[in-house]
Design a protein around this ligand. Structure first.
Ligand code: GDP
Length: 527
């Protein structure tokens, strides 16, 4: 019997896994990504992933940054095949590239891989990204990296996951020795040991055993390490959480894998387990109810817009996450917000600097659409009925700068630029109540650089940015607002819609204002 269109769609959905790696800079994300891509045979990319690291310098020329950072910024999605799966890795830029895009990209992922340095544990950026994932309730898989180095005890790290992130964990494997003593890991699910071999640890031996007490492990790892392993695992068996797939899928329990990305140790096991446990593309909420990925009508939403990726073309790319149906090049879809049919004729997929034209794609995939300025973040595209997906979240700005125009005659273009860039979600804009100064708020420094660059490039306006000492913005809900009560290290501003917002220099100032105004509500984002 021949396959129906729906069978094929189902098959394509079943084999897809779309995820993002979340981590703090230097935990090894580049290294892990590279190893994963190598498993999929996407060797062509491996060099490029590395190349990004060689050019880690700050320069005010955003275009240069774009070009040099290559895969990090330009190539927001990497795709490869492994064991019958099609895998999409969404890049979440860190460091100075950190921006609201980083957060929004997470909405396009169905699962996250949280990468942690065994010596450093949970770090600042990991916490931020984790919280965004936790809010959505997506499953989070933990990879504890750099096991070849001296690090913290696994129990200690599990405790930290619970204390700092509030998530329970279940170790899927467990180190046998650590640092220089590391000889391998015990796989708790498969009852096997994976041992390093050779001086350079370049080969790995896999041996089935009869439980962790098996004397085979003793022969291989020595008495001391085996005793330690038995002690640890007994404790885990008694006091640890059992593996529970339902809890994993709802984001309440994170499976933990130990390994060393640079030695390619534990990476394959991780990938295989991940592919088995991680969810395929799931239905998404919309105004028309839940949209199943197997719905034959194509639909998707724009989660990121990248401007000026190619200096020669001065074009924009809108990144679309496919939610349902099959994408075919040249197809017509409804741009729901503007109420027009548009033809998707120039879809692109980014592999390093190449722009491959995508012919077809399925739910879970991300395509880059050529954007002559018609898309906004959050726009929905759909075939047939008018489907609008849930609004993308906005985030509380943490970095602020006062903006002024160098040439007052350019005020009109300046206003146009600000309006456009606010709409795109590149920046948030505030006016101070006292002096009518314009203050921009962002979550990452790069957004200021992008702002300056685009104001000049697209609107011909030179702007001057002066960093302000604020760290928090809180939207105030109160009928009887008394600005004088917010004065300590803070400034009262209004957002574009006229909502009152207070910018605080530090946590203390914010707490004081809250204590003094017990009836007011302080919201992290606009109501
Ligand atoms: P990113 O900033 O998270 O992308 O981190 P990178 O992948 O660039 O790694 C940061 C540093 O850690 C680099 O010097 C890597 O070579 C190193 N590194 C990555 N994985 C491992 C590992 O498993 N063991 C050790 N010892 N170093 C690692």
């Amino acid at each position: 019997m021949s396959k129906t269109v729906n069978d094929i769609l189902q098959q394509e959905v079943d084999k897809r896994r779309t995820f993002a790696i979340i981590s703090h800079p230097d935990a090894g994300k580049t290294t892990l990504t590279e190893k994963l891509l190598l498993f999929g045979g996407a060797i062509r990319l491996a060099g490029t992933v590395k190349a990004r690291k060689a050019s880690k310098h700050a320069t005010s020329d955003w275009m240069e940054i774009e070009k040099q950072r290559g895969i990090s910024v330009t190539s927001s999605v990497m795709q490869f095949d492994y064991n019958g799966h099609r895998i999409n890795i969404l890049d979440t830029p860190g460091h100075q590239d950190f921006s609201e895009d980083t957060y929004r990209t997470l909405t396009a992922a169905d699962a996250a891989v949280m990468l942690i340095d065994v010596a450093k544990g949970v770090e600042a950026q990991t916490i931020k990204l984790f919280q965004v994932c936790a809010k959505r309730g997506i499953p989070i898989f933990t990879f504890i990296n750099k096991l070849d180095r001296e690090g913290r005890s696994p129990f200690d790290l599990m405790e930290e996951l619970e204390q700092v992130l509030g998530i329970r964990s279940v170790p899927m494997n467990w180190p046998i020795g650590t640092g220089r003593e590391l000889c391998g890991v015990y796989d708790r699910m498969k009852d096997q040991v994976e041992l390093f071999q050779g001086d350079d640890h370049s080969t790995i031996k896999v041996q089935k055993v009869d439980g962790y007490e098996d004397s085979v492990i003793r022969d291989m790892a020595g008495e001391f390490l085996h005793d330690q392993l038995c002690q640890d695992l007994e404790l885990l068996d008694v006091a640890g959480d059992p593996f529970d797939l339902e809890k994993v899928l709802s984001g309440q329990l994170t499976p933990v894998f130990f390994g060393s990305a640079i030695n390619n140790f534990g990476v394959q096991t991780f990938l295989e387990n991940f592919l088995q446990l991680a969810p395929k593309p799931e239905p998404r909420r919309s105004t028309a109810g839940l949209i199943e990925p197997t719905n034959e009508k194509f639909s998707g939403y724009v989660f990121k817009i990248q401007a000026n990726m190619n200096p020669a073309h001065r074009d924009r790319i809108a990144f679309l996450r496919i939610v349902s149906g099959k994408f075919e090049r040249g197809m017509s879809v409804k741009h729901v917000r503007v109420g027009k049919e548009i033809k998707l004729s120039q879809p692109q997929q980014f592999l390093a600097q190449d722009r491959d034209i995508v012919q077809e794609a399925y739910p879970g995939d991300i395509i880059g659409l050529f954007d002559p300025g018609i898309f906004r973040i959050g726009d929905s595209l759909s075939q047939g009925s008018e489907v609008v997906f849930d609004e993308l979240p906005t985030f509380s700005p943490e970095i602020f700068a006062k903006v002024t125009v160098k040439n007052a005659l350019k005020h009109k273009q300046y206003q146009k630029g600000i309006d456009q860039l606010t709409e795109e979600g590149t920046i948030q804009v505030f006016q101070t109540v006292s002096f009518d100064d314009t203050i921009l708020g962002v979550v990452g420094q790069l957004q200021f650089e992008v702002f300056e660059y685009r104001m000049k490039g697209e609107y011909g306006v030179d702007v001057q940015l002066q960093r302000m000492p604020y760290q928090f913005a809180r939207w105030i809900i109160d009928d009887h607002i008394d600005p004088s009560k917010f004065r300590i290290n803070s400034t009262l501003v209004k957002d574009k819609k006229g909502n009152y917002v207070v910018l605080f220099e530090n946590e203390y100032a914010m707490r004081t204002a809250m204590d003094k105004n017990p009836t007011a509500q302080f919201l992290e984002t606009a109501p």
